[in-house]
Design a binder for this molecule. Structure first.
Ligand SMILES: [Zn+2]
Ligand SMILES: [Zn+2]
Length: 339
């Protein structure tokens, strides 16, 4: 085997290059994965824009990936060469208070493979065997790239007060919004509204069976009229922009809950007076627990139609194009890079 490989390397603000780099060398406990597919995430756009607080160039991005194990130095692990796998990319310190009290996913020093160390936008990636999860044979490796983003949504729904029969509004119909809507329905929501500006994203949401609302019209009036003036039991904010932060307190019913799933790039205005008067609860969610990962894998096995959230599959060489598509006007959904 040659010791070089192709990788997409982040070189600095708005600069990436597809380059030949050194293939990773394993340390004890690690496995080498030949990457099949790797999803581009909103946080990768943040890195590309030079706005990520931790990512430092040069870096191989990519934290949502699948592939096949081709080498292992993990003698204690049951992960074997030939296994089809995905990876839980979280890196926790193990020593801080959250880590020691069962909340390693919100470790004070939380890092991610593909953000803090090299990730999956490459032909090969090396990973600590403890972070590797075997996938069943009948789950295609492209669909399985959705495990990571779906786990974010599973976490959001499991942390919320959603009960069987509830009405849900999801603000934002991008990949995270749609996966949240799918998860809320899976958890027993009887009615799921998805608000979205982009027409192509609305079409996809509609074809998946959701009640779709054009966010550029008057989503507040529409959702209130569809709920006899009461609003939704739970509102999942999945856009991460000031407009939806404002909208959330108006769409949620009295005593309802708002869940902040979208990642806000800067602080947004929230009507805390509405939180008082309408006795709302407001929670934030960050990444996922190992249990959320299990649930996400199980959901994908049961319903591979979730794979429709993937809109593009591009070779590594077109990483730049993939990033531009994602930064564009919302014609794309989840974009995979395939070495
Ligand atoms: Zn992600
Ligand atoms: Zn920690």
């Amino acid at each position: 085997m040659t010791s070089r490989m192709k990788a997409v390397v982040y070189l600095g603000k708005e600069q990436i290059a597809v380059k030949e780099v050194e293939k990773p060398k394993l340390k004890p406990g690690e496995v080498l994965i030949k990457v099949h597919s790797a999803g581009i995430c909103g946080s990768d756009l943040g890195i590309y824009a030079g706005k990520h607080p931790r990512a430092k160039a040069p870096l191989i991005m990519g934290h949502e990936f699948t592939g096949e194990v081709v080498e292992t130095l993990a003698t204690e692990s049951d992960i074997k060469v030939g296994d089809k796998v995905t990876v839980n990319p979280l890196i926790s310190c193990g020593n801080c208070q959250p880590c020691q009290t069962g909340n390693a996913h919100v470790c004070k020093k939380l890092g991610l493979i593909g953000i803090d160390i090299d990730g999956g936008f490459a032909e090969y990636v090396k990973v600590d065997a403890a972070k590797v999860l075997k996938l069943p044979q009948d789950l295609p490796l492209d669909v399985a790239c959705l495990v990571e983003p779906l786990a974010v949504c599973v976490h959001a729904v499991r942390k919320s007060i959603l009960k069987a029969g509830d009405t849900v509004a999801v603000l934002g119909g991008g990949p995270i919004g749609l996966l949240t809507a799918i998860t809320a329905r899976y958890a027993g929501a009887s009615r799921v509204f998805v608000t979205e500006i982009s027409e192509s994203r609305r079409d996809l949401a509609r074809s998946l069976g959701f009640t779709v609302i054009d966010a550029s019209q008057d989503p507040e009036a529409e959702i209130l009229s569809l709920t006899r003036g009461n609003g939704a039991d739970v509102v999942y904010e999945a856009a991460g922009v000031p407009a939806t932060a404002t909208l959330a307190t108006r769409l949620v019913k009295i005593t309802g809950q708002i869940v902040i799933v979208g990642v806000f790039k800067e602080p947004a205005k929230v009507d805390l007076q509405a939180v008082n008067f309408r006795e709302l609860s407001l929670i934030g969610v960050r990444v996922y627990t190992p249990r959320d990962y299990e649930v996400a894998i199980d959901m994908l096995i049961k319903n591979q139609e979730i794979g429709r959230v993937i809109s593009h599959k591009l070779p590594l060489e077109q990483a730049q194009e993939g990033i531009e598509l994602m930064r564009g006007t919302g014609h794309s959904m989840k974009i995979l890079l395939q070495p």
